[in-house]
Design a protein around this ligand. Structure first.
Ligand code: GLC
Length: 545
């Protein structure tokens, strides 16, 4: 194995502000590694594959929900927040995973889903049984319908997955009754966060996992828990899509921040800097920065960066805007290019050889920027979106809720290819819950591990260089002069990152020794500037003096 393994593991809990520049790897549990042959990834599978993450050189891992769930939305519909779905393992598996990860110097962040429960959660079951006006119903958002017989939804709010955000339920007498709000699938009823019991329950759930030793939480739909109490129509159609950032009465309401002030007190009451990262799709970097004020959450995914095209001027604007907004609240910026909800960035950047080249360059850009970064499983292998999954295998609720017009997010959730010449490529001893392309034999970890030109080797080299250089991670940066379609910036001490986003080579002056490059670059007089180098199209390089 590699030299990195001989470095002493960093000690979880002992590095102040570890999260300000951590590189955190997202594991989508269903698709990472399957230990028992049912074709679905699980906790024991993650545990077996931890050495891959250690070799890669990340600081922490975020694991998507593994709680008891009917899986109406891949586990983001939680029926018991304190137990593990048997499909994924047991609480003992969580403990073992935490212990192994910590031994390897990896921190572990788990998902928390506070905006909604599963409709199979005992609270919702009681809410249906107890009927209108009951204490049980007050934990959710039940309303009477409009129309003479209450046959119309209470307002025009739409589900992020398509269709109305309201579903009518039968009363305890079996007749059509009230409607309940679900910003996502009907099987994901929204909780009422003005109910104190709901607030107390989640503080207790946080403590349950903190006591078990988790290092933090990724907060699902962190912008959604508080709704405008008027419940007024938006007057708009269509409204928000999953990745939308338009102002809406059910997202990004100011009072949501009170919740995070309470959560922060709990996190701070534990040793070792336990953190929380917000998944918040909000209008603009200033609104996002509010979630990472000093007494709220630690990080918030920078989705504007993720959504920006491969274009120098647009990226520069987003980088400047993000850094200014987070600096104003003294938080780091949290860069991200892919996750389990978006089209993989190799494909977003153009696919094929172009997409791969840009994704390689984007890695150098992202990991040179000040702050922390999240990687999504499989991006280190250069996996593309699988756009041609047969319709019969699609599982994302978006597919059904959109009336089969939107395929949804399964294309970025295809299991990870580990080894071997054919599907399921070492994913597990059985099959895989989504089919894996036959073209992925050259993308397995095994196929890439010893190839110095592979995406995996690039990720490992760049992460190693990032760890070794004092200028990287938290801190400042300043732009250097460059052609319009390049981005060049310096960080102190003595570091320069140059990215060419154009279709033509770019001449660079002498910035010092080459630390790493996304593609071979021409050095020493190859270009027109003395002692300089030439950056090919869609390539990036790091230099140091
Ligand atoms: C978040 C998750 C997404 C899920 C949704 C509803 O956006 O990332 O996968 O479908 O919340 O919980």
């Amino acid at each position: 194995m590699s030299e990195e393994l001989s470095e002493p593991p960093s000690q979880p809990g002992r590095v102040p502000g570890w999260w300000r520049d951590a590189v955190i790897y997202q594991v989508y549990v269903r698709s990472f590694a399957d230990s028992d042959g049912d074709g679905i990834g699980d906790l024991a599978g993650i545990r077996q594959r931890l050495p891959h993450l250690r070799e890669l050189g990340v600081d922490a891992v975020w694991i998507t929900p593994f709680y008891l769930s009917p899986m109406a939305d891949g586990g983001y519909d939680v029926a018991d927040y304190r137990d593990v779905d048997p499909m994924f393992g047991s609480l003992a598996d969580v403990d073992a995973l935490l212990a192994d990860a910590h031994d390897l110097g990896l921190r572990v962040i788990v998902d928390i889903v506070p905006n909604h429960t599963s409709s199979a959660h005992p609270w919702f079951v009681s809410a249906l049984a107890d009927g209108p006006g009951s204490l049980a119903r007050d934990r959710y958002l039940f309303r009477s319908g409009r129309g003479a017989a209450g046959e119309l939804p209470p307002n025009d709010w739409q589900s992020v997955f398509g269709g109305s955000a309201w579903t009518r339920v039968a009363g305890p007498d079996g007749r059509p009754g009230e409607w309940h709000l679900h910003l996502f699938a009907p099987e994901q009823p929204d909780l009422n966060w003005t109910n104190q019991e709901v607030r107390d329950e989640f503080l207790d759930i946080l403590k349950f996992w903190l006591d078990r030793g988790v290092d933090g939480f990724r907060v699902d739909v962190a912008h959604g828990m508080v709704k405008d109490p008027q419940f007024a129509d938006t007057g708009r159609d269509p409204q928000s899509k999953l990745l939308g950032v338009e102002p809406l009465p059910y997202f990004d309401q100011d009072d949501v921040h009170e919740i995070y002030r309470d959560w922060r007190k709990v996190l701070d009451s534990y040793p070792g800097e336990r953190i929380a990262v917000a998944e918040a799709w909000v209008p603009g970097p200033e609104r996002l920065a509010a979630y990472v004020r000093p007494d709220e959450l630690h990080q918030a995914f920078n989705f504007e960066y993720l959504k920006t095209d491969w274009d120098a001027a647009s990226l520069r604007e987003v980088i400047d805007g993000s850094l200014a907004a987070t600096a104003a609240v003294e938080a780091p910026t949290t860069w991200v290019l892919s996750n389990h909800d978006v089209i993989r960035h190799v494909t977003r950047y153009g696919g094929g050889a172009t997409g791969l080249r840009r994704a390689r360059a984007a890695l150098l850009l992202t990991l040179a920027l000040p702050g922390s970064a999240y990687l999504y499983q499989g991006e280190e292998l250069g996996l593309p979106e699988v756009a041609d999954l047969p319709e019969s295998v699609l599982q994302d609720p978006v597919w059904a809720r959109s009336g089969h017009t939107e395929r949804g997010r399964d294309g970025c959730r295809v299991p990870i290819p580990w080894s071997g010449p054919e599907p399921p490529y070492g994913f597990g001893p059985g099959g895989s819950w989504l089919p894996m392309p036959t073209s992925w034999r050259s993308l397995t970890v095994e196929a890439q591990r010893d190839d110095p030109d592979s995406m995996l080797s690039l990720y490992r080299a760049v992460l190693r260089a990032r760890r070794a250089h004092d200028a990287l991670g938290d801190g400042g940066m300043r732009w250097l002069p460059s052609p319009d379609d390049a981005l060049v910036f310096a960080r102190e001490p003595g570091f320069v990152c140059a990215v060419n986003l154009s279709g033509a080579p770019v001449d660079l002056p002498d910035y010092g020794d080459l630390l790493c490059a996304s593609d071979p670059i021409w050095r020493d007089g190859g270009g027109n500037l003395p002692g300089g180098s030439v950056l090919p199209p869609d390539a990036a390089a790091w230099f140091a003096r």
